[in-house]
Design a binder for this molecule. Structure first.
Ligand SMILES: O=P(O)(O)OC[C@H]1O[C@H](OP(=O)(O)OP(=O)(O)O)[C@H](O)[C@@H]1O
Ligand SMILES: NC(=O)CC[C@H](N)C(=O)O
Ligand code: SF4
Ligand SMILES: [Mg+2]
Length: 492
């Protein structure tokens, strides 16, 4: 195993603010270049995490690991991928939610067990991290990182070393965890995928089949865009509370429910985080987001000359708003495509600069027009405030803001860091106060009912806690304390 030294940019470890979900990936394909496939898969999942990236590759009983700080394209090159031969790979792109942004916390987590090595990639966040860690320290277990993810891996290792087989060990470990965990796990016995009982974070799998060349394989990915990029066919979602074992040589995976499920998929994944070309419930998020825009126009119409969307993720809802209202759609903001997501950059100063770098208005489209500007969400309000100012400077005579989700009033503890409550603009200000703060002529959010109706799901199997405070998994008292909780325990 060769873990590379920390070479990438560091993020301020004292910052306990906003990040988002990670991307997890797994490939079992004995006849193919699994490191290369994983590289492409992680490329497709880059939007889920931009702090670090890693790939672990199994060749029989041996595992090689390369992980570093930075984007997938910065962490890997041809030479590095060529030094990762094998038949099974696990990949990860990280946005930290527990544990600072450093290479020791990058994933996959690789550990040695009685049954050989294991590599694990985790998307989500545990809410019983402190209690788990204390109990594990009492049992004499040692960690080298400060993430909740390593605790899960250590629990699996402990179960295997005490005699359990892989499936038993995974179930035993998962039973000790509370919170969100979509896992992709590599072992000498094959590839595993496991999802928590609520299925908070997404996880899908698909088949790589090239019958002409008699090549076959399985892919596990956070989103379907990770299957598309390597030409894999979507097979199914890993169900909440399900464990799947892809064995080398087996024609079908071994699927089992490891616990009773109460589905609570993160609705924010559908509104903003996941890619619009990823499918959820058999349709693209582009279609869902367009429907959000239609409902928003029905709920909160406004007299205007043009509808514009905030690139990237506000665009489908803006098109839907235009479809339903009849107000023409136009591009009024141009995005510099080399700038990443601003919501997820740590530190408010960096975020504000990021927004100015990212979006530029088109005065000849906007001048003397009454503009409806549609975005998917307002979290802190920094994006919207800057945009409104820029639109007015570009000559817009009225600016009406429409948001295709309800106000974000509560923080997330399940792997998308929607910030501490004092940073959430809708947690403390009324609608009218937010309107004034943003400087818009009118402001309206989509209702919670509209957001759920647009999903077309009968049972509403969603987590909506950041919009209504109804947390599906009870939080330990210490959960909200700090993302650096394990670092602070070490220094106690
Ligand atoms: O209220 P704020 O805290 O400023 O954050 C909200 C903004 O952040 C997100 O976009 P982001 O720029 O991150 O990514 P995108 O390009 O995918 O839309 C989101 O779509 C909003 O536009
Ligand atoms: N965003 C995530 O899914 C993060 C996974 C894990 N909690 C970490 O901080 O590494
Ligand atoms: S609290 Fe919000 S962001 Fe977090 S899982 Fe629930 S819906 Fe998603
Ligand atoms: Mg945006």
């Amino acid at each position: 195993m060769d873990a590379s030294p920390d070479a990438g940019p560091r993020v301020d470890p004292t910052d306990d603010h906003p990040q988002e979900a990670c991307g997890v990936y797994g490939v079992l394909a004995p006849d193919l270049d699994v490191a290369n496939l994983t590289y492409f898969g992680l490329y497709a999942l880059q939007h889920r995490g931009q702090e670090s990236a890693g790939i672990a590759v199994f060749q029989g009983e041996q595992v090689r690991l390369h992980k570093e700080m930075g984007l997938v394209s910065q962490v890997f090159d041809h030479g590095i991928l060529a030094r990762l031969p094998g038949s099974l790979a696990i990949g990860h792109t990280r946005y930290s939610t527990t544990g600072s942004s450093q290479v020791c916390n990058a994933q996959p987590v690789v550990l040695m067990t009685r049954l050989g090595p294991m590599a694990m990639a985790h998307n989500g966040n545990l809410v019983n991290t402190t209690a788990l860690s204390r109990a594990m320290v009492e049992r004499g277990m040692e960690s080298v990182s400060s993430t909740d993810s390593e605790l899960i891996a250590l629990l699996i290792q402990e179960a295997v070393n005490s005699g359990a087989d892989w499936c038993e060990a995974l179930i035993r470990a998962a039973s000790c965890c509370r919170g969100a965990y979509s896992l992709s796990i590599g072992t000498p016995a094959g590839l595993f995928a496991l999802r928590d009982p609520h299925g908070i974070r997404p996880l899908v799998f698909g088949r790589l089949a090239d019958m002409e060349q008699e090549q076959d394989g399985w892919i596990v990915s956070s989103e379907t865009c990770g299957l598309d990029i390597v030409g894999a066919r979507f097979h199914d979602a890993v169900a909440p509370g399900e464990l799947i074992w892809f064995r080398p040589g087996a024609t079908e995976p071994d699927r089992r429910r490891w616990c009773k499920a109460t589905p609570r998929l993160c609705v924010f994944e559908m509104i903003y985080f996941a890619r619009p070309d990823s499918n959820f419930f058999d349709e693209s998020l582009y279609s869902y987001r367009r429907r959000l825009g239609k409902l928003l126009a029905e709920e909160s119409p406004v007299e205007a000359d043009l509808v514009i969307g905030v690139p990237d993720s506000g665009i489908p809802a803006a098109i839907g708003f235009s479809d339903s209202s009849g107000v023409p759609y136009a591009e009024g903001l141009v995005k510099n495509r080399y700038v990443g997501r601003t919501f997820i950059q740590p530190g408010q100063g960096v975020r504000e600069a990021g927004i100015r770098l990212k979006l530029n208005p088109l005065p000849d489209v906007l001048a003397n027009r009454r503009i409806v500007v549609v975005d998917d969400s307002i979290v802190r309000g920094s994006t919207s405030r800057k945009i409104v100012k820029a639109l007015r400077e570009a000559g817009a005579c009225q600016v009406h803001m429409r948001i295709s989700s309800p106000p974000v009033t509560h923080p997330c503890y399940y792997g998308i860091d929607t910030d501490t409550q004092d940073q959430l603009v809708a947690a403390s200000l009324s609608l009218e106060e937010i309107r004034q703060h943003l400087g818009v002529d009118s402001l309206a959010y989509l209702s919670r009912e509209g957001m759920l109706r647009a999903t077309r799901q009968q049972e509403h199997p969603f987590c909506t806690a950041c919009f209504d405070g109804q947390y599906p998994i009870p939080l330990d008292e210490e959960t909200g304390a700090s993302k650096l909780m394990l670092e602070s325990m070490e220094s106690d």
